[in-house]
Design a protein. Structure first.
Length: 475
């Protein structure tokens, strides 16, 4: 099913596209009363063609300001030169993104707009169009009783400027106002269904990686609803990012492999353990020949072999105090926590990332329940806000009596390559979201999947807790 089945007036595209953003795929997290469900779980900017005599405007994305990558060339943008208004080119939708407490507005230039192939539209009968495929959170439906929207979509093939598109439509529909056509193009661009086919391929930026990364580029483009981006902008944001993975066991090994394979520019691995036989049922970077070796040493070697274009480094380090995490967080764009010891390590990481303004992800599992959390400091509740709620609720429960035979015993580490691998790959997906905004996952909450029922759930708070010992309710 699509994200929305809207019956919008012909040409009123913005309403249909807004419906896609309110779909179940982007629904709000559950209420505070459900926060304890998982309590036991351990721009690059493309260059404007010289023929248009436009100034270059590169928008570098600040992950720590909470901007989801305005990678495309823009007019009137903060922090760079403004391109000249170019004749023969349509100016597509107004882009708005909040950076900290500042609202950034940019007009996005489109030279030769083209519908993303992954979002290619389909016409139902004579008066209804679906664009974006069948993926919830991406697809929209448009009412088109007069048929001109379908004609418009077929002209957005990357061979025409916006002025040429408008001229074609006016020729076919003489009574159709030009401004209505331009507004429809604006709506399509703002909704993230269109990219600029005139943007040059970025081979000079990612070396010989066009063949290596083109499948990943297409997936990111499919999930990306950021207005005005070129086809490669999200992939290039990955290429420029620095990610630190704390813990390269079952979860961290899978996550580090996925990040390096996907083209993250720098991956730094941290772990203080050595490879043991019991690791081999789930920790994908290690083999029997690695028994007794440092996990970090082996992980760095394997990841470099897998992708020589990624800078892979490592520290053989046991995390036993908060200051270590603060130093690690200060030196990366996103920190991925894939370790569960010491017991306070998640809270330590939360404090470190709040202090340094670093986005972070954690991943773990509790038997067949896999889960991740992703947080962007300064944009909502922190991880310790949720912990505060759980402690408060636990204190109100009747006293618990544990099973006598289990007293004094350490719970078994129940895991295999499926639970560890799924958690690590989901965590890598969350890191990708924080870096690129593709997809734009809601942050400051936890996501879980029950492998017994294959049911998922999301939990989080609507606002920070004033009694949180870490953020004190301040955003």
């Amino acid at each position: 099913m699509s994200a929305s089945v809207s019956r919008t007036p012909s040409g009123d595209l913005s309403r249909a596209f807004a419906d896609a953003d309110s779909s179940p795929g982007t629904r709000d997290a559950r209420s505070e009363s459900e926060i304890d469900v998982m309590s036991g779980m351990g721009g690059y900017g493309h260059h404007l063609p010289d023929a248009y005599q436009a100034k270059r405007f590169c928008c570098r994305v600040s992950l720590r300001e909470g901007v989801r990558g305005l990678g495309a060339s823009s007019l009137g943008g903060e922090g760079g030169d403004c391109g000249d208004r170019v004749r023969g080119c349509g100016v597509a939708g107004v882009v708005q993104r909040r950076a900290g407490r500042r609202l950034i507005r940019r007009r996005v230039l489109m030279f030769r707009p083209r519908i993303k192939f992954e979002h290619r539209p389909v016409r139902y009968g004579e008066d209804r169009i679906r664009i974006g495929g069948d993926v919830v959170g991406v697809a929209s439906e448009i009412g088109d009783p007069e048929g001109w929207v379908w004609t418009l979509l077929n002209t957005l093939d990357g061979t025409r400027t916006v002025d040429q598109v408008v001229a074609d439509l006016v020729h076919r529909y003489p009574d159709l106002p030009q401004e209505q056509i331009r507004q429809a193009v604006d709506d399509l661009v703002t909704a993230g269904y269109v990219y600029d086919s005139a943007a040059p391929p970025p081979e000079r930026v990612i070396g010989t990686g066009l063949d290596r990364y083109d499948r990943g580029m297409m997936l990111l483009r499919w999930m990306d609803r950021t207005p005005g981006r070129s086809a490669w902008d999200a992939q290039l944001l990955l290429h420029q990012a620095r990610v630190t993975v704390v813990g390269v066991g079952g979860v961290g090994a899978a996550a580090a492999w996925a990040l390096a394979s996907s083209g993250v520019g720098q991956v730094h691995c941290v772990d203080g353990d050595v490879v043991e036989l019991s690791n081999l049922n789930r920790q994908v970077l290690y083999t029997e020949h690695d028994l007794g070796r440092s996990k970090v040493e082996v992980a760095v070697q394997r990841l470099r072999q897998h992708n020589c274009e990624v800078v892979v480094t490592g520290d053989h380090l046991v995390i036993d105090r908060p200051g270590q995490l603060r130093a690690l967080a200060a030196d990366c764009d996103v920190l991925l926590l894939a370790a569960d010891t010491p017991g306070e390590i998640r809270s330590w990481t939360n404090r470190a990332c709040l202090a340094t303004g670093t986005a972070w992800v954690h991943g773990g599992y509790f038997g067949p329940q896999v889960h991740i959390g992703l947080y962007r400091p300064g944009s909502g509740p922190c991880a310790d806000c949720g912990r505060t709620v759980r402690l408060e609720r636990d204190a109100a429960l009747p006293p618990l009596t544990p099973w006598a035979p289990a007293r004094g015993q350490t719970p078994p580490h129940a895991a295999n390559a499926v639970t560890a691998g799924m958690t690590g790959l989901l965590a890598a997906h969350a890191v990708t979201s924080l870096i690129t905004g593709a997809p734009a996952l809601p942050v400051n909450r936890e996501y879980g999947l029950n492998l017994v029922t294959l049911r998922e759930h999301t939990v989080g708070l609507d606002a920070p807790r004033s009694d949180c010992p870490t953020c004190h309710g301040l955003v």
